[in-house]
Design a protein around this ligand. Structure first.
Ligand code: HEM
Length: 264
């Protein structure tokens, strides 16, 4: 993803490739690769050498959004797959939950995504989980003074502390949207306004910028507006530097580049 939407994240380590699955943001976090393998092998039987792993990822992101109750959109297709991966790119360019607001915005802007895209796409945290280790700092020592994050609702924080202790339990999972964790809706934004966003990168959307705070308020009030912008921003994000023409390849298996597939 860091060099563009080229399915580099799906590659396992091999002779010339160090997998991005081992990067700090991805390790013990990115998962579900076997689902993509299954889609790809079914597709290869029906229609070989045609649909890239990068297009499969973009379509799966859209379909999982629709299946969980979110908006639908047309996915532009024709991406090709990378022949390499970048562990350092994955470590340096993916926003971290404890990055400052400015750092996160800068990382988005580098990919030609603006402040509206930032807020709308963060709305994806209306589904899914985060590990204790991704937000522990907020519960015990937000700014190095041994105190919890004062922008986090204190009873919500106390509840989180029961399953996310000071040490241990790093991999324990918590809903990003505790109100409706499997439904794609706008309750993520409502939670933020109640100071019940799970990640620091969620909460700063209402504490560090008036522009993002207003967008959060609008999306909390108006699901349609959020859905419309989310769809637009997903198309924009999916169009980040795709490989086209003779660049890249259409992998036969998503975990390996074709030259390796042939010798395997
Ligand atoms: C704004 C910058 C962002 C930051 C700092 C961020 C950070 C995170 C973190 C730390 C987690 C939990 C990972 C873990 O503990 O294993 C997470 C989960 C998730 N993020 Fe983000 N994220 C950001 C933007 C996005 C965007 C743009 C999308 C997609 C449009 C997205 C979709 C998701 C989803 C669906 C999950 C749940 C995954 C699961 O349940 O396995 N995030 N994010």
């Amino acid at each position: 993803m860091l060099q563009g939407c080229d399915a580099s994240i799906l590659l396992d380590s091999s002779k010339n490739i160090i997998t991005e699955k081992r990067s700090v943001p991805n390790q013990n976090s990115a998962r579900g690769f076997e689902v993509i393998d299954e889609i790809k092998s079914t597709l290869e039987k029906e229609c070989p050498n045609t649909v890239s792993c990068a297009d499969i990822l973009a379509l799966a992101a859209r379909d999982s959004t629709v299946l969980s109750g979110g908006p639908n959109w047309e996915v532009p297709l024709g991406r090709r797959d990378s022949k390499g991966a970048s562990l350092s790119g994955s470590n340096n360019n993916i926003p971290a939950p404890n990055n400052t607001f400015q750092t996160i915005l800068t990382k988005f802007k580098r990919q030609k995504l603006n402040i509206v895209d930032l807020v709308a796409l963060s709305g994806s945290h209306t589904i899914g989980n985060a590990r204790c280790t991704s937000f522990r700092q907020r519960l015990y020592n937000q700014s190095g003074n041994g105190l919890a994050d004062f922008t986090l609702d204190q009873s919500y924080a106390a509840q989180l502390r029961t399953r996310c202790p000071r040490s241990g339990g790093d991999q324990t999972l918590f809903f990003l949207d505790f109100v409706s964790p499997t439904k794609f809706d706008n309750s993520y934004f409502k939670n933020l306004l109640a100071s019940k966003g799970l990640l620091n990168s969620d909460e700063i959307l209402i504490t560090k910028s008036q522009v993002t705070k207003q967008l959060v308020q609008q999306y909390a009030e108006n699901t349609e507006l959020f859905f419309e912008q989310f769809a637009k921003s997903m198309v924009k994000m999916g169009n980040i530097s795709p490989l086209t023409g003779s660049r890249g390849e259409i992998r036969k298996r998503c975990r390996k580049i074709n030259s390796i597939n042939r010798t395997a």
